[in-house]
Design a protein around this ligand. Sequence first.
Ligand SMILES: NC(=O)c1ccc[n+]([C@@H]2O[C@H](COP(=O)([O-])OP(=O)(O)OC[C@H]3O[C@@H](n4cnc5c(N)ncnc54)[C@H](OP(=O)(O)O)[C@@H]3O)[C@@H](O)[C@H]2O)c1
Length: 346
Amino acid sequence: MYMVKVGIVGGTGYTGVELLRLLAQHPQVEVAIITSRSEAGVCVADMYPNLRGHYDQLKFSVPDTVALGACDVVFFATPHGVAHALAGELLAAGTRVIDLSADFRLADADEWARWYNQPHGAPGLLDEAVYGLPEVNRERIRAARLIAVPGCYPTATQLGLLPLLENGLADPARLIADCKSGVSGAGRGASVGSLFCEAGESMKAYAVKGHRHLPEITQGLRRAAGGEVGLTFVPHLTPMIRGIHATLYATVVDRSVDLQALYEQRYADEPFVDVMPAGSHPETRSVRGANVCRIAVHRPQAGDLVVVLSVIDNLVKGASGQAVQNLNIMFGLDERMGLAHAGLMP
Ligand SMILES: NC(=O)c1ccc[n+]([C@@H]2O[C@H](COP(=O)([O-])OP(=O)(O)OC[C@H]3O[C@@H](n4cnc5c(N)ncnc54)[C@H](OP(=O)(O)O)[C@@H]3O)[C@@H](O)[C@H]2O)c1
C-alpha cells in the first residue's frame, strides 16, 4: 500500500497538532517531517502527550526546504507570509502544498496586500492556487499542486449560504453573518485577549469595521451568486475552546421554495455536510473534533427573512480536517479516510 509522505511546517500550533492527531489515524499517510524553530529537537509526544504511542520517533526540526522537498505533500500550519516564502521552491521540487494560512486564499494580490498590510509574497503562484472548499471545487482540487485551505469563519458562512445564492434565491445585497468563535481560533501564541481571565465568562464582538475573513467570504459568495454581494460580517469571541457558530440572515422573498429540500439536495452527496431535520438547532459541541459542518435552515414566522445556522469545529472542518480532506482528494484516496470519527459529546 502506498503511503503518502507528509511534511508539516508549523507543528507546535493548534492547527499543527490537530493535523498530527488526525493523521495518526490515517492509514495511508506517513508524517516524515514536522517543523518548529522554537522546539527543534523536542519529541512531539513530549510536547503533546495526547500523541504518545503514535509518533514516538518524531521530533520537531527547523524548516529545511531540501528535506521538505522530498515529501509528497507539505502542509503549512503557519502565520501568513511563511507559505509565500517557501511554497514556490517546494512546488519546483515536485512537492504539492496544502496551505492552512491565508496566503493563497484571495485571488487578487492587491486586495491581499491591503488586508494583510504587506505586499503579496508570491503573486506568480495565485493563478494555480485552488481554494480548497471541496463542496465547491472538488474537481479542481484533484489536480491541484497548491491548495489554499479556507478559513474557519469562511467555511461555516459559505457552506451555510451557498444553496441560497447558487439558486438566486437570496437578495445578494443584504446578507448578514453573525459568527461566534472559540478562543483556539486565535492560535496558541500568547496574547492578553486569549487569557482565561479575559476570555472566560464573557463574550464580545471584534473587528466589526472589517475582519480579514470578510474579503475571503465575499469572494466565495460572489462566485456562488454570479455577481456582487453585500455582506455584513460580525465575528465574536466566546468562552469555549473550539467551535464556530454562524447565524446567517438572508432575505428570500419567494416563500414557495422548500428550503429544507433545497439544502438536503445541495449537500446530499457531501460526506462532511450534515443538513439537520427541519426545526433543528445545531450545537458546536456536536462537531467538536469532527470534520463536519452541521446546518439547519429556518424561516421564522414564515416571513421573508431566512435564518441559517451553521456550526463547525474551527480546528477540524475549519482548518486541519478540511486540509486532510483536500489531501485525500488530491491523492485519489477515499475522501473520508482518517476523518470518519464522530464528534465528542458531551
Ligand atoms: N486556529 C484556528 O482555528 C485556525 C483555523 C483556520 C486557519 N488557521 C490558520 O492556520 C495557520 C496556523 O494557525 P495556528 O492557530 O495553528 O497558529 P499558531 O498556534 O500561532 O502556530 C503557528 C505555528 O507556525 C510556526 N511558525 C511561526 N512563524 C514561522 C515561520 N516564520 N517559519 C516557520 N514556522 C513558523 C510556529 O512554530 P515556531 O515558531 O516554533 O517555528 C507554530 O508551530 C494561521 O495562518 C491561521 O490563520 C487557524
